[in-house]
Each structure stands twice: as C-alpha cells, then as structure tokens.
Design a protein around this ligand. Structure first.
Ligand code: PEP
Length: 260
C-alpha cells in the first residue's frame, strides 16, 4: 500500500507574511498531525523562504521541499542553490524538471540537466520529485506515452537503488498546469500505469512502492476522482496550494483514499 503524498508548489508567489499565514492556515485546517501520518504532506516555497517556513512547520508533520536545485555541490554558479544548502534549510524534498523549468524559464532545462539534478539531490539525502509530462501538441500527435517513457528513463539514468527507493514521480501534463484544464481520471490513470510499467523495467518491484503524483489544475472538486485512480498516489498542487482551505480539502481527498 503506497502512502499518498500531496505537495504544494508555491512557485514564485506570496511574501513572507502571507507564507506564514498560509502555513498557519494549513496547520489549523489539518487540526492534528494525525492526518500527516496517513498522507505525506509537503509545501515547497521559493528558496529564500525555506528557512522561515521550516520554522513555521516545526511540530506540524508537514515536510518542506524546494522547487529546484543545482547539481554541483559548490562553486562559481551565481544565483544557484546546492542540494546540501537545501537540506541545511530543513527541506526533505525537491521538485526537479517542473514543466515551467523545462518549457518556460530562461535557458530551458533539458533531460540531461534534470538527470544530474536528480542524482545530486538524491546523493545529498533529499527526495527528488521528478516531473514528467507531455505538451498539448505531443498529446494530439499521439506521443504522450513515448514522451513519458523518454523523460522517465532520461531522468532516472544512473540513479542508485538507494535513491530509486525514495524518488517520487509527478505526472504533470504541460497543458493542464495552471490552465484550469485537468486530465480526466482515465487520462491520468493511463499515464500513471504506463509510468509504473516503465519504472518496473528500470527498478523492478520497487516500482510498486514508488509514489506517482498527478499535477495539473488539481482542485478540491476534482481531487477525489483523480486520487481514486489505482496508480495515482496524491498530487503536486500549484494554484490551489496557495489557499489553505483548498489545500486542506485536497489533502482530505487523499486521506479518503486510505480510509476506504
Ligand atoms: C504545478 O505547479 O506543479 C501545478 C500542477 O500547478 P497547478 O496546480 O496550478 O496546475
């Protein structure tokens, strides 16, 4: 039985005051940390807020994640942050290969760089959340499963068994991220089952334990149907993770899948 995992990707949003209010709201909404024992929960603030948010999370059972990492341990990489620095700040997770980094930001990230980041994060003891997903053009051309295989294999190349034991995969169709357009539960299940099958070729039976999150316009009103799919193990949540009530409702939807 895989433990569902719900993570909030705050992207480049909030200021420190609002970040603290959001954590307080989530803590208040969850009530006790009991919910966090049956569902793993994390929030991923901008890197400058990792330290203060870590302080707000103490004793909550909610984990901390970063939104990106640089693969080198130190050196002349102005503006970048290493895996050890992220760990020092109190984070346990790091999102890697998010579609905005693959397709929108700056020099655009390729699968080779994503693979280096996965290995560096894993070697530092962080849990990588490796994001994969097709564009709308790739879906329309019938290339979805092929793209997912390519990104998964490229991201996992050379990853040790020890890292493979804890890595989390996030299926995030690019066309569903921040658009309000969500994959149907059947589309999500098809992609997740495919990813698990491909993962099995890479890591054997470990694939049955690996959490595969769905991400892309998850909201309180669609979370239950998505999380109810057999291979969907929670979600990576963008916009809805910025509202405490919505994020807590999405966590509750994940919780309902383990209470059945
Ligand atoms: C994301 O940022 O990973 C994401 C899924 O965003 P949204 O939920 O806003 O679509």
């Amino acid at each position: 039985m895989r433990k569902p995992f719900v993570a909030g990707n705050w992207k480049m949003n909030l200021d420190l005051v609002r970040a603290r209010e959001l954590v307080a709201g989530i803590r208040g909404g969850l009530g006790t940390d009991a919910d966090c024992r049956r569902v793993d929960v994390a929030v991923c603030p901008p890197s400058v807020y990792l330290f203060p948010v870590a302080n707000e999370l103490v004793g909550s059972g909610i984990a901390l994640g970063a939104q990106d990492v640089y693969p080198e341990p130190k050196g002349a990489f102005t503006g970048e942050v290493s895996a050890e620095m992220i760990k020092d700040a109190g984070a346990q997770y790091v999102i890697i290969g998010h579609s905005e980094r693959r397709h929108t930001i700056g020099h655009l990230e390729d699968d080779r760089m994503i693979n280096l980041k996965v290995k560096a994060a894993g070697a530092a003891g962080l849990t990588p959340i490796l994001c994969v997903g097709e564009t709308i053009g790739e879906r329309k051309r019938g290339q979805t499963l092929e793209v997912l295989t390519f990104q998964l294999v490229a991201g996992m190349t050379g990853v040790s068994a020890e890292i493979a034991e804890r890595i989390v995969i996030a299926y995030e169709p690019v066309w569903a991220i921040g658009t309000g357009e969500v994959a149907t539960p059947d589309q999500a299940q098809e992609a997740h089952a495919h990813l698990r099958g491909e993962l099995r070729k890479l890591v054997g039976d470990q694939a049955d334990q690996t959490r595969i999150q769905y991400g892309g316009s998850v909201k309180p009103d669609n979370a239950a149907d998505l999380f109810g799919q057999p291979d969907v193990d929670g979600g990576l949540i963008g916009g809805a993770s910025l509202k405490a009530d919505d994020f807590v409702a999405i966590i509750s939807a994940a919780l309902a899948t383990v209470q059945r």
